[in-house]
Design a protein around this ligand. Structure first.
Ligand code: ZN
Length: 296
């Protein structure tokens, strides 16, 4: 038992450091019967069928895209068709497309594509300015138009496994995409459902209530496995936990707002309170989300 626990701890520590490294490795973990993942920044999902593979997210820049393409060739039967989709338009999720082989079929929802056209290039420049390493990784990034766009749902039959690409509304961004894999009942949840990570809304992406409305639609899928982008995979209970956390923070923040407490003071106070309430969450910087709650 003791040994088992320390293996889990070591795995978690290694994964946490990988999840901050913008260069992806080629090692994968199996999430469910047809789903594998590279644990990194962000986690990359592979849904493998008998005829085709769907990759979810690209990594930061073409070098990471090329790493993912090499992993595809190891996981998939030869001559498989390759589909690619992105959970949202931010560069570590979408700016590695140029590293994928010619003939890759790029699919994303129309809300996300509109954000990409409006702010994609700006975000690439912003991320490139954060470090020399990011700058290098993004130097040859291109943002090509998708081959297929959809409004609410696209079903991709990969051979023995179906990926449902879903848009339920804005949460972290306007164009958050969820992928639900059948028959595995695996949800690839983007930044919308994480494993004990304080949520964050990018600019005017969604609102706390639109995020909750998205979570209600996700809950109806009744997922068994959840693979988030920036935290460890878990079971379906992560969906309810995400909803509990947001509802809880929202109620507490609205209460303070009603009492006339400033948004800054509320952020500080609730950060401390929620650290006690959710002791196993690694970080509790709630100031940004409290601002979103006050602003709605
Ligand atoms: Zn993001």
């Amino acid at each position: 038992m003791k040994t088992k626990l320390s293996i889990v701890a070591a795995f978690t520590a290694a994964m946490l450091s990988a999840q901050n490294n913008p260069v992806l490795g080629e090692e994968t973990v199996k999430v469910s019967e047809h789903v594998w993942a590279i644990m990194g920044w962000p986690n990359i999902a592979f849904v493998v069928g008998s005829r085709a593979v769907l990759v979810v997210d690209t990594g930061l820049g073409p070098r990471n895209g090329a790493t993912i393409a090499r992993v595809v060739s190891k996981l998939a039967p030869t001559n498989s068709r390759l589909y690619l989709t992105t959970t949202h338009f931010h560069p570590e999720h979408a700016a590695g497309e140029a590293g994928f082989p010619a003939g890759t079929i790029l699919i994303r929802n129309s809300a996300q594509q509109r954000e990409m056209e409006a702010n994609g290039k700006e975000m690439v420049d912003l991320f490139a300015g954060r470090s020399p390493q990011n700058k290098e990784l993004l130097s040859n990034a291109t943002l090509r138009a998708p081959d297929i766009t959809f409004d609410k749902e696209a079903r991709v039959d990969l051979g023995g496994v179906t990926a449902r690409l879903l848009w339920f509304g804005g949460a972290h961004t306007k164009g958050d995409e969820l992928v639900y894999v059948e028959p595995d009942r695996t949800l690839i949840s983007g930044d919308v459902v994480q494993n004990k990570v304080v949520p964050n809304i990018f600019r005017d992406g969604g609102t706390p209530s639109s995020w909750l409305a998205v979570l209600d639609q996700i809950a109806a899928l009744n997922a068994l496995h959840v693979l988030p982008t920036h935290s460890a995979p878990g079971d379906g209970s992560l969906v309810a936990l995400e909803k509990k956390f947001i509802s809880d923070l929202r109620a507490s923040a609205l209460d303070l707002k009603k009492k006339g407490v400033s948004v800054e003071a509320a952020g500080t106070q609730l950060g401390a309170e929620f650290k006690t309430k959710y002791p196993d969450w690694p970080g509790m910087n709630v100031a940004g989300f409290v601002r979103s709650i006050y602003a709605e």
